[in-house]
Design a protein around this ligand. Sequence first.
Ligand code: ADE
Ligand code: ZN
Length: 319
Amino acid sequence: MPLPKAELHLHVEGTLEPELAFELAARNGVKLPYADTDELREAYRFQDLQSFLDLYYELMAVLRTERDFEDLANAYLARAAAQGVRHAEIFFDPQAHTSRGVEMATVVEGLWRSLGRGEENHGVSTRLIMCFLRDQPAESAMRTLQDARPHLDRIVGVGLDSAEVGHPPVKFREVYEAAAALGLRRVAHAGEEGPPEYIGQALDVLGVERVDHGLRCVEDPALVERLVRDRVPLTLCPLSNVRLRTVDTLAAHPLPAMLDAGLMCTVNSDDPAYFGGYAGDNFDAVRSTLGLSEERLRELARNSFLASFLEDDEELRQR
Ligand code: ADE
Ligand code: ZN
């Protein structure tokens, strides 16, 4: 029995496995520039975040209808459930779809056809978090927030993702103020490739409750002290960090030192179809390569529920 856990850092578009990509391409008459799934998998050798994002956005061309988004989410929930995920807080990137002429309603309602029945069909409760693409103008994020207003019964919060360096959190101050005024929870990617200052900004300017990645906090002892003191959850993604070369090797990942420092770490999969593993695979990898004790693994699993947006009673039921 895999350890029950919550997944707090998961891009639904990053769960698009090559087989499903080809199936959807055929269904929608989209021509992919790869002969087959083997050739596509060959392209999964990334130099950095941007080289991954280029492929990630390219493959989204196959996602067109509500049914596509429903199938994508169902495939993820089935895999996640098999690896012990009981609760998932799932990111999606509306601008990557609306910019291709796919409407917000198609994306949200399609995902909801699956996620709304996640508990019933897969034993996984879910929340949906809408991310803004930080390499697009803040005005586009603001329009996206307005577009989402009819769907806010399906969306618990907002996040910030895509190319980090050169796009500091402060760029999105007004967007996050507007999101807070709408009662949305707030998270943001910070300190994945970007500097530790972006983590401080995400907390101070955007008012985030969790930091996605936050890996580079280790470069700033005063920031680490603050994150420990305030019990700020970090949603780490070890296999992602290896594939995007933000760490040299998994053996060199700072997770054990971060736990020893008292940081509230969680372990997640980010874009599992691209990075070689779902949530349980990430747990297995840190157990075997980093030698984390059973007690540490249980701490990571407990943190995942504590840092989730589940209500207290739901959280206790899950653990
Ligand atoms: N979008 C999907 N995965 C991402 C990641 N790891 N960092 C930033 N943006 C992303
Ligand atoms: Zn991410």
